[in-house]
Design a protein around this ligand. Sequence first.
Ligand code: PHE
Length: 341
Amino acid sequence: LKSKYLSLIADAADEAAIEDLRVQAVGKKGEISLQMRSLGKMSPEERQVAGPALNALKDEINSALAAKKAALADAALDERLRSEWLDVTLPARDRRVGSIHPISQVTEEVSAIFADMGFAVAEGPQIESDWYNFDALNIPGHHPARAEMDTFYTHRAAGDNRPPHVLRTHTSPVQIRSMEANGAPIRIICPGRVYRADYDQTHTPMFNQVEGLAIDKDISMANLKWVLEEFFSAYFGARVKTRFRASHFPFTEPSAEVDIQCSWVDGQLKVGEGDGWLEVLGSGMVHPKVLQAAKIDPDKWQGFAFGVGIDRIAMLKYGIPDLRAFFDSDLRWLRHYGFSA
Ligand code: PHE
């Protein structure tokens, strides 16, 4: 009986098997318990021998059960420790963090500089009506500026003779929208995307501008020049040289374009070097017809407007050689030219 149970216990695979064996051997109706009950029918001499022997057997089986139970629990714990093992000294897995696109960075910088000069940020739609993009800005249907702007037109259904909407070719329609919405006086900038069918190293079909508009009682061209020079020296640092060149826009009179002194050095545009110039903005005094189109009385109010090419001033400040790369979504490029948050 003893060797039978000791070997069964040694082979028990889990706690349930141990419990079964306990019931079988020393449980109330277990083999050993039944034999103990038979002690009563024995003669005193027999009982004196069999009693202690059965008790010893019972103790031995009980302690074998307990020992095996403890061993199984130990093994289970070992197994758990092994499977849940974690090496906290391993270096952390590298998480790729995105970066801020140069256009977003420059838009922030520009907005902050103009905020210091009291300009609020305005917005307008990128799909614009013919009226806001052209007519209200004194560019009537036959005007050559429409053709020059390489406009993207949307499609109207057959038989719908209204002029098609356009992808805005500049941020200037926001001049009209903010004058209509707020009346005069006004001081806003509007950074945003604009579209023209054009593609080379300094032109992409989608690009970014920041429009500026200041309307008040006695704003002059001198204010325009001061604001722009203040802006460029804040943005590039004091060394930058600007050149104001007389120009023409249907929506400003007089008009000026501004160039920044720069040159290609080892394939990079360097600001303040050499004898090259890059055009970065158009500007002028808001044309009275434009004020009228936006329901502002040109006899009471006047002001200036400008439109800066954000991508161009980003190329200049951060030495980015090809404008097209801004919109290629090349991760290596984005990591190289991007800014950390
Ligand atoms: N809208 C013009 C352009 O896209 C720039 C401009 C803005 C000129 C405001 C004058 C006044 O080139």
